[in-house]
Design a binder for this molecule. Structure first.
Ligand code: T1G
Length: 644
């Protein structure tokens, strides 16, 4: 079946594009649209054309799957120009989203109508590229320079009312979009047509305007937004054709860059992660209410995340005072979001009002899911699980947020093991996107499917992890830190390691990050393992903790923090403490340092994969990107080292 069919409504042709799931522009779509312009131009019975799309969306952009392949004619910029030059005017009827090349096709049409719930945008920078079929050249002509710059450099979509205000579309429709578009097109027949967008004038801006924007974008350190800005500037200073040539050349050069390849890898990895093939056809349960046990940083963050996803939450603390403090802690999260303009005051209040904090565990008697987020200690967590088994419905899903303990030991003897699962959130849980989902041997597939569904509802990135100490992320973190300590032992200064990793794209280096989070957490774990008789060699971090250096909170860790500040200063005390363990060696170049540490992460990733703890290299990359600040534009440790 063809991707394009034509219906006739009197003198109007309705071209219906149907290329599931999101009408991405493949070579076949380009050919079919080109052919339709030709056929309809030649048809004397037709005076106008409406372009509608089947399925959940208008055209979501160029087909990202074709990016690695040689370009095939007709090229998209030529197709957009052909639609614009059609003898019969085309009207785009946009529902869902018109993104990237999809919006460019709409810009080639003479008229654009939009469903009130739809959005339009240029997400290309998120793929390491810029629009490649006139987005940077036509948009400033239609919606002005400011809107064009914002859209192409941020990648953020614009909702329908805003698109109307900016002049990107001619009318907004609620209800029957196709009917409205046909009437609109019919009403324009015989009247004067607006100028094609390419022929419209464009404003200019002084040098200072562009340099100011450039400075702002340079801070983020990514190539594509800067190049997108240059392309818009070109569109305002050169002829339409010159600007088109500049945009195309920039687009093609970026498309073949390692950054774009990495971002494409992440694009597909993220989409695959949300719908694991192993769970195809398994229906999730509906979770209508949630219980959280423990109101510390983790529990409060988890409660906030569920409230923000619209679910009622009951949080259990050990006494009334702790319950009140937990309520205040979660409310502070909402108030903070309101202060930053992310929520209105009323929304923050409603979120806070929908949270019950109590010391009475029987309040969890009817929740669909209960998550324990108490102190990381086997006996403590076991006791909570026993309580949950007693008070919750026998079919309620019981989850542990443990980061290191074996969930099988936590759940031993708990009745109905098919409902037990690990849900490992990352701190702060209402912000961090990663969710490691850890099935136990007896976990039912529908419980696993429910966990993935919950992740989607929470806006999280779910990754299945098998059972081992630290699951995927913390196990790699351990190896990463050990490799970083090895560098110190070879004589590389702490600050040089951190600087190299920042240079690679992490927001923080491994030592700064430990100082921020506290060195004592991992230390206590190692001590617990030693107490169990396991052979855990003394780390350099252990030496610091034993000397009272637990990080920023104690005024010093790997660095000193004079006067309780946050500015790290190289520490003589650390040098003295570690002097016996450090050899004097040559300091490698920053790139070599990063290569070693990322290499260590990937080595551990390969072992994890071989053991079946992770299902794919791409999922390991997602863990690092969404849980540990690995730079997205490098694709994750497995991709970057060519292992995934
Ligand atoms: N190409 C190929 N496949 C795509 C795709 C695309 N552009 N967009 C989505 N898919 C697949 C996706 O992999 C998934 O597949 C399925 O569609 C549903 O996606 C020249 C350079 C439209 C808002 O970046 O933002 O145009 O997993 O789970 O939540 O200037 O998809 O089912 O096998 O995300 O309903 C610019 C990206 C391209 C659009 C729908 N366009 N897509 O969200 O579904 S560059 C984009 C989205 C470009 C021109 C250039 C979303 C969506 P599978 P989904 P959704």
């Amino acid at each position: 079946m063809s991707v394009l069919t034509i219906d006739r409504e009197g003198e109007i042709a309705v071209a219906i594009l149907d290329n599931p799931p999101v009408n991405a522009i493949s070579a076949e779509v380009r050919c079919a649209l080109w052919q339709a312009v030709e056929t309809l131009d030649a048809d004397p019975g037709i005076r106008a054309v409406v372009l509608v799309c089947a399925g959940r969306s208008f055209i979501a952009g160029a087909d990202v799957k074709e990016f690695g392949l040689p370009p095939v004619e007709p090229h998209l910029p030529d197709l957009v120009a052909r639609i614009e030059a059609a003898a019969k005017p085309w009207t785009a009827a946009i529902h869902g989203a018109a993104l990237g090349g999809g919006l460019e096709i709409a810009l080639g049409c003479r008229f654009r109508l939009i469903d009130a719930e739809a959005r339009v945008g240029f997400p290309e920078v998120g793929l390491g590229i810029i629009p490649g079929a006139s987005g940077t050249v036509r948009t400033p002509r239609l919606a002005g320079i400011e809107a064009a710059v914002e859209m192409v450099t941020s990648g953020k979509p614009v909702p329908a009312p805003e698109a109307l205000r900016l002049g990107l579309v001619d009318a907004m429709v609620t209800g029957d979009l196709r009917g409205a578009a046909v009437s609109y097109a019919a009403s324009m027949i015989g009247g004067p047509l607006p100028e094609p967008v390419s022929a419209r004038p464009v404003e200019t801006r002084p040098d200072s305007y562009w340099s100011e924007r450039r400075t702002r974008l340079e801070k983020a350190g990514e190539a594509a937004p800067l190049r997108a800005l240059e392309a818009v500037r070109k569109a305002t200073e050169a002829s339409f054709d010159e600007a088109m040539a500049f945009e195309r050349a920039t687009f093609l050069a970026l498309r073949d860059s390692p950054e774009a390849a990495a971002l494409r890898h992440v694009f597909f990895a993220e989409r695959a992660a949300l719908r694991p093939a192993a769970l195809k056809g398994v229906a999730p349960r509906n979770i209508g209410s949630v219980g959280v046990v423990g109101g510390g940083t983790m529990g409060a963050g988890i409660a906030a995340a569920f409230r923000m996803a619209g679910m009622p939450v009951t949080l259990i603390e050990r006494d009334a005072g702790a319950a009140a403090r937990a309520h205040a802690a979660v409310s502070r999260i909402f108030d903070g979001a309101a202060a930053r303009g992310k929520l209105t005051g009323d929304e923050a209040k409603a979120l806070s009002d929908g949270l019950i904090c109590t010391d009475d565990p029987t309040a969890l008697g009817d929740v669909d899911l209960a998550i324990e987020a108490v102190f990381e200690d086997l006996a403590v967590k076991r006791a909570v699980f026993d309580d949950l088994a007693r008070v919750c419905r026998p079919d309620a899903i019981l989850a542990t947020n443990t980061s290191y303990l074996d969930p099988r030991r936590l759940a031993e003897g708990v009745p109905a093991p098919e409902r037990l699962i690990g849900l490992h959130f990352f701190s702060p849980a209402h912000v961090m996107k990663l969710l490691e989902i850890v099935p136990l041997p007896g976990t039912a597939p529908e419980v696993l499917a429910t966990a993935f569904d919950l992740a989607r509802r929470l806006g999280k990135m779910p990754v299945r992890a098998g059972i081992c100490e630290g699951f995927i992320g913390n196990r790699i973190l351990k190896r990463h830190r050990a490799a970083a300590e090895d560098l110190l032992a070879e004589g590389v200064p702490v600050a040089a390691v951190d600087a190299a990793m920042r240079g690679f794209g992490f927001r923080m280096g491994p030592f700064e990050a430990q100082d921020l989070g506290g060195l004592d957490i991992a230390f206590l774990q190692r001590e617990a393992a030693r107490a169990e008789g396991r052979d855990v060699p003394e780390t350099l971090a252990d030496i610091l903790v034993r000397a009272g250096r637990k990080g920023q909170k104690t005024g010093g860790g790997w660095y000193d923090y004079p006067e309780g500040g946050r500015m790290p200063v190289a520490s003589d005390a650390v040098a003295r403490l570690l002097t016996d363990r450090i050899a004097g060696g040559e300091v490698p170049a920053p790139d070599a340092i990063a290569e070693r540490l990322v290499g260590a992460m990937a080595d551990e990733g390969a072992t994890i994969l071989a053991e079946g703890i992770a299902d794919s290299a791409a999922e390991i990359d997602l863990v690092e990107i969404h849980g540990y600040g690995f730079p997205r534009s490098k694709g994750g440790p497995m991709h970057w080292t060519g292992r995934g």
